[in-house]
Design a protein around this ligand. Structure first.
Ligand code: ATP
Ligand code: MG
Length: 367
C-alpha cells in the first residue's frame, strides 16, 4: 500500500502555504472512538454544533496511544471561556489568570480550555490558535489533538514520531522551559518513568542544573506533585530518578538528606517505594496507608523500638505525639491532611510493635 500522508497547511504573512500539522487518519493511529468518554464526546459535538473547533488533548490522547486508560479527558477549543460557559448550563469559569471552564456531568468534571497563544512565553494567558497552543505545551507526547468527529490526530510538533521512538521531547526551548515553570522538571521525570520514554542527555543535564529553581515553587504545588507521584504506581522509578537528577532535594528534602548520608536508609526508602507501588497497583485508596511508606523508614530510625517495646511502662500517647510531630517535619514541604498522617504514623508505630491501647485516650497533637 502506498504511504499517503495528510497535512494541514496555513498561509504565512507573505501569502505562502506552509505545512503546519501532520494529520493521522483513523487507519494510521490506534485510538478507538469507543475508548473516549461519552460525556467528553458530547462536549466536543456540542461545541462543534455551535461552529467552534474542539479537540480532545493532552494526557488522554497520550494515554490512549499508549494503551492506558486515561484519568480524565481534557478538551480544547477556539471558543472563549465566556462562549463555552454560554453553551453548557452545567459549567463554571475557573481561574483568575488561566481562565478555563469546568463542565460538570454527574460526578465528572471536564476541563475545557481555550487555545492559548505563546505571546509572553509559554505561561502567558492570551488566546491563540491551535498551532500556538501546541507550542506552549511542555512535552511532545502531551501535545496531540484528537478530533473525534473526523477520528483524526493533529500533530504540530512531531509527537507521533517521538512516541514511536519512545523519546520524551520538550517542545518549549531548554533555555525557557524550566525557568518559566520549574514543576516541568518533575513532570519530565514523571512522564519518562511512567512511559519508559528516554530523556536526552542534554535534557537530563538541564534538569540537574535547574533543580534549585524548585525552591521558588509553592508548597501547595509541590504537595500536589508529590501526591501524584505516590499515587502513580511508579513511585520507585520517579523517586530514584528524582534523586539522581537532584530534584528530590526539593521535593522531599529531609528524605533526600538522609538518603545522601546513609546508604542503608536510601535502600530502605527505595524499597518502601516499591512496596507502595504494589499497594497502588492493587487499588488501595486510603492516602494514610500510602503515606506510611513515605515515613516508615524514618520512624524506624527514631528510636530503638525493640527495647522501647520491652520497657515496663511506656507512655504510648506521648511517643505517638512526638513521632507524629517528627513526621510532620520530615515530609515538608508536603503538608498532608492531618487525619491521613495520623493514620500513617500509627501504622508505622504498630509495625514496630508500639500499639495504642485505648484509642479514645490519645491526646490529639497540637498543630
Ligand atoms: P496526568 O496524567 O499527569 O494528569 P496530563 O497530561 O493530563 O497528565 P495535566 O497536568 O492534567 O497533565 O495537564 C494537561 C495538559 O496540559 C498536559 O498534557 C500538557 O499538554 C499541558 N500542561 C500541563 N501542565 C503544563 C505545564 N506546566 N507546562 C506546559 N504544559 C502543561
Ligand atoms: Mg490530566
Amino acid at each position: 500500500m502506498l504511504k499517503r500522508m495528510l497535512y494541514r497547511y496555513s498561509t504565512d504573512s507573505n501569502g505562502k502555504m506552509r505545512k503546519t500539522a501532520t494529520i493521522y487518519t483513523n487507519s494510521e493511529h490506534s485510538i478507538k472512538l469507543k475508548n473516549i468518554d461519552n460525556d467528553a464526546l458530547r462536549i466536543v459535538y456540542q461545541l462543534h454544533d455551535y461552529g467552534y473547533q474542539a479537540y480532545i488533548v493532552g494526557g488522554a490522547v497520550r494515554d490512549l496511544l499508549l494503551n492506558k486508560k486515561p484519568k480524565d479527558f481534557d478538551i480544547v477549543t477556539d471558543a472563549t471561556p465566556t462562549q463555552i460557559k454560554r453553551i453548557f448550563r452545567n459549567s463554571r469559569i475557573i481561574g483568575k489568570r488561566f481562565r478555563l471552564v469546568h463542565v460538570f456531568f454527574d460526578q465528572k468534571i471536564f476541563e475545557v480550555s481555550t487555545f492559548r497563544s505563546i505571546l509572553n512565553g509559554s505561561v502567558g494567558n492570551i488566546f491563540g490558535t491551535i498551532e500556538e497552543d501546541s507550542q506552549r505545551r511542555d512535552f511532545s507526547l502531551n501535545a496531540l489533538y484528537y478530533d473525534p468527529i473526523k477520528e483524526q490526530i493533529f500533530d504540530y510538533v512531531g509527537a507521533m514520531q517521538d512516541i514511536k521512538n519512545k523519546k520524551l521531547v520538550p517542545i518549549i526551548p531548554l533555555e525557557r522551559i524550566f525557568a518559566e515553570d520549574p514543576v516541568r522538571m518533575i513532570r519530565a521525570v514523571k512522564y519518562s518513568s511512567t512511559t519508559g520514554f528516554k530523556m536526552s542527555v542534554k535534557l537530563k543535564r538541564k534538569i540537574k542544573k535547574s533543580a534549585l529553581l524548585l525552591l521558588q515553587v509553592s508548597a501547595s504545588r509541590l504537595t500536589e506533585e508529590f501526591f501524584k507521584i505516590i499515587n502513580s504506581g511508579f513511585a520507585y522509578k520517579i523517586i530514584l530518578t528524582s534523586f539522581d537528577l537532584n530534584l528530590l532535594e526539593y521535593i522531599q528534602p529531609n528524605a533526600y538528606k538522609m538518603m545522601k548520608k546513609d546508604k542503608i536508609f536510601k535502600q530502605n526508602y527505595l524499597n518502601s517505594m516499591k512496596k507502595l507501588d504494589e499497594l497502588v497497583i492493587n487499588n488501595t485508596t486510603r492516602l494514610g496507608e500510602k503515606l506510611n511508606f513515605v515515613i516508615q523508614d524514618f520512624v524506624d530510625t527514631l528510636d530503638d523500638w525493640e527495647s522501647v517495646k520491652n520497657q515496663k511502662s511506656i507512655n504510648v500517647s506521648e511517643i505517638y505525639k512526638n513521632v507524629w510531630s517528627e513526621c510532620r517535619s520530615f515530609v515538608l514541604p508536603m503538608n498532608p491532611q492531618r487525619t491521613e498522617l495520623e493514620f500513617a504514623v500509627k501504622l508505622a508505630l504498630k509495625n514496630n510493635g508500639i500499639v495504642m491501647k485505648n484509642r479514645n485516650k490519645i491526646n490529639k497533637p497540637k498543630v
